[in-house]
Structure formats: C-alpha cells, structure tokens
Design a protein around this ligand. Sequence first.
Ligand SMILES: C[S@@+](CC[C@H](N)C(=O)[O-])C[C@H]1O[C@@H](n2cnc3c(N)ncnc32)[C@H](O)[C@@H]1O
Length: 275
Amino acid sequence: MATQLFEGKEHASYYQKFRFEPSQEVIDLIFSYVDKRLSDASLHKPYGLAVDVGCGTGQNTRILSPYFKKVLGIDISEAQIEEAKKATGSSNVTYSVCLAEEMLVGDASVNLLTASTAAHWFNIEKFLKEVDRVLKPGGCLAFFSYFANIEIHYKDRSEQMTEVFLDVKNIVAPYQSEKINNMKTAYKEIYEAIPYPDKRRIENIRTKIRMPLSSLMGLFLTFSAFQIYLKTEPEKAKEVLRTVEERFLRIMGTSSTETEVEVWLQNLLLLASKP
Ligand SMILES: C[S@@+](CC[C@H](N)C(=O)[O-])C[C@H]1O[C@@H](n2cnc3c(N)ncnc32)[C@H](O)[C@@H]1O
C-alpha cells in the first residue's frame, strides 16, 4: 500500500534531510494563478486557510506560511508528521495525521489546497470529491511534481553522471510502485479527472538545484523504491550506494563528497479553481 511506503522513521528522517523544497518558479506560477482567482472571489492576502496534502516532512507546507493566516499539513504517515513538527516553522503552520481522501477539515473552508509530489499516491476519485467538499467557491488546487527524468550535471561530464543516476533507477525499477506511472504520463489522468472548467496543466518547468554529492547520495535514500530495495536486499542496496558514490567521484575526478553537482528537474503543475 502506498501509504506504508513512507511509514519508516529512518525514511522520514532522510526525507527531512535530503528532500528539497519546491522551486520558486513553481511557487510563483501557483500564486500568479491563485491571487487572481481569490481576488475575483473577494479574498485577500493573507488568505484564510491553506492545506498541504501528503505533506511529508513539510518542505512545501512551510513555504505557504507567509501567504496565509493558517496552514495545515496533513499526511497519512505518523513518522513523516513527527519529523515535520520537529522542523523549525512559523506559528501559523500546524500538522496532522490524516488521509487525503478523508481530510479532517471543514466544508468550504480552504482557499488553497496543494499536493507536492504526492497526488499520484492518492485514490484520485475519492480525493477529488474531498477536495471539492473542502474548497471555498473560488478556492484553488495546485498539484505539482517533478518527473523521474532527472539529469545530473557536472562540468563536461553530465552525460556520464546522469548515466550513473539512471543505473540506480533501473536497479530499483522492480520495486517501483505502479502509482509512479502517473508521473510518467505527466499527471494526465489526474488532470482529466479534475471536475472544474477553469483548469490548466503546465509542463516543462525546468529547475536546477545545486547540492553537494553527499546530498545527491542522500536523495536516493528518500526514494520509496530504494527504501523497499534496502529492506528486501539490504547488503546489495548498501553495496550499490558504495559503488555509485565511487563511480560519481571517479567521473568528477575528486575525492570529496562535498563537491557540488547540479540536479536538473523537469516539473509539472496542475492548477484549477472551484467555480
Ligand atoms: C513523495 S512524498 C511527498 C512529500 C512532500 N509533499 C514533498 O514535497 O516532498 C508523498 C507523501 O504522501 C503521503 N501519502 C501517501 N498516500 C497518502 C494518503 N492517502 N493520504 C495522505 N497522505 C498520503 C506519504 O506518506 C508521503 O509522505
């Protein structure tokens, strides 16, 4: 079951440490859409309530805090919520363990509902009914994610670096949930299921994130498929990590895992507003 994939305490602490925040470009796109819809509905900043669904350790939840009076992050995983609560945050952000398909949130109470790298895990039919129940008229949803086709860039060796990354992806492919298919089809099915006429899908939002090689190695540990591999074949999984780090270092011609690489992501964003 999808939810159980994020239950481990260790997985949650890797998540807090190594998963990055949504890019500023994605946040700007969300608010240029949302500000217009909410002001048309006579709602003004700071808006009332935002809910971040499948919030994990709160990377996206915290970002919403300056725009809203209250922000609530919800997730089915207790371990993820525990980590989210430990992170420093603003006083207007709270977290709660609950299902995306049964939110503990009042009817017509939400101005913005986000799901960052999370909507593909939900039962979409039930979730969208729940979204419709909790959104105010004029309220917006923003579901976004990056695709699995990540590129690793380093000087003139980006092709070799990306090849190593792809090797890891192929090794863990047998442990990948079929829910990840939604990412492969760029959330097409999810977009089509959104019942509101005012909706849009924005693809090809490219972002680049600089990080030390050690953080890239940590990123592997946040992938649900890698966590299953670690549980199923712990020795092999650890050996893969060792070998992969060695290969990266050799290609980069350095012995320091603090040397920075650039991770290129391709994001997609679904936006819609309830009539
Ligand atoms: C890939 S993580 C994304 C976490 C975070 N939003 C981010 O941007 O990094 C997906 C999260 O969705 C949660 N999740 C999966 N199914 C869920 C459900 N049915 N209801 C609530 N949360 C769910 C998982 O526990 C996990 O924390």
